[in-house]
Design a protein around this ligand. Structure first.
Ligand code: PBG
Length: 323
């Protein structure tokens, strides 16, 4: 036998030397749910260890994450029902609590990366990502709302805008609106291949943002399709996206790899709420080991080609891998 692959696995030192994929806190983007209620720290049933943070206490939470080495955060607003309307107009209202949190965090922690979510659903009384009329999700009339929302976030100091709505043409529309107002340094990470997935359940519970009627299949992608993901990627690239995101991550590792191999932009992945909940359920049953399974999951997403990973595991990973 001339070839014995086991020789390269002989010791930890050798294994570490030839490792093809690295995973560290610098790759992780931690999602935070923020509310308008000072002092709030409420649990989310299907996301053990994840909380809705009041707009003041979220500062302490970010501080503790920064101490653990986390550098990147994505913020989601939990908007009370009475502030929702069909146009999601609270999203671009002056100094709404979400914008307030962006400004405060950027002031307290100028070194961190802050990412936003741009879509109507957290603010919409219909629970859809776009404007709804007679049961139809209107594409072109949604775009100006997304642009207003993005501008408000840019003004508050966000580093990266994250359009998660899947309307056609939104990346270009938002890019033009930002440039016109001088926000040429505000980046766009587009949720470019976002699938109509069953894995978003716990997130919708956290935000109370599930669609009031119908589903999201006329704008989010069919899980059966991969070529279509490339089409979305090319369009977002032409429209000026700085990074492309695939969402969810685990059932779509092939899509991450395909987009990474066929575009010149950094690809990121969203390891979504249902993927986090699944592991926690198995750990609670005593069927899987939390730390090693989580690390293997994150490593697999990196191996597929993702640079950054949005993941609810970020803080626990940082805690386990403290140097
Ligand atoms: C909303 C949005 C969703 C998620 C992120 N942004 C839900 C949806 O599209 O219905 C899901 C994230 C997760 O499940 O962790 N535009």
């Amino acid at each position: 036998m001339y070839s014995r692959p086991r020789r390269n696995r002989k010791s930890t030192a050798i294994r570490d030397m030839i490792k093809e994929t690295q995973i560290g806190v610098e790759h992780l983007i931690y999602p935070l749910f923020v509310t308008n209620n000072p002092g709030e720290e409420s649990r989310i049933d299907a996301l053990p260890g994840i909380y809705r943070w009041g707009k003041d206490v979220v500062v302490k939470e970010v501080e503790s994450c920064v101490k653990l080495g986390l550098k990147h955060f994505v913020l989601f607003p939990v908007v009370p029902e009475e502030l929702k309307d069909s146009k999601g107009s609270y999203s671009y209202q002056n100094n709404n609590f979400y914008l307030e949190v962006i400004a405060t965090l950027k002031k307290e922690f100028p070194q961190i990366t802050l990412m936003s979510d741009v879509a109507l659903d957290p603010y919409s009384s219909d629970g859809h990502d776009g404007l709804v009329e007679d049961g139809v999700i209107l594409n072109d009339r949604t775009l100006p709302i997304l642009a207003d929302m993005s501008l408000a976030q840019a003004q508050a100091g966000i580093d990266i805008i994250g359009p998660s709505d899947m309307m056609d043409g939104r990346v270009g529309y938002i890019r033009e609106a930002l440039d016109e107002k001088g926000y040429t340094d505000t980046a766009i990470m587009s949720y470019c291949a976002k699938y109509a997935s069953a894995f978003y359940g716990p997130f919708r519970e956290a935000l109370d943002s599930a669609p009031k009627s119908g589903d999201k299949k006329t704008y989010q992608m069919d899980p059966a399709n991969k070529k279509e993901a490339l089409r979305e990627a090319f369009l977002d690239m032409e429209e000026g996206a700085d990074m492309l995101m695939v969402k969810p991550a685990l059932s779509y590792l092939d899509v991450i790899q395909t987009i990474d191999e066929n575009t010149t932009l950094p690809v990121t992945a969203y390891n979504v709420s249902g993927e986090y909940a699944m592991l926690h359920a198995a750990v609670e049953k005593g069927w899987l080991d939390y730390e090693s399974t989580m690390t293997e999951i994150l490593l697999s997403i990196r191996r597929a080609g993702a640079k950054g990973i949005l993941t609810y595991f970020a803080k626990d990973f940082a805690q386990f891998h403290r140097s």
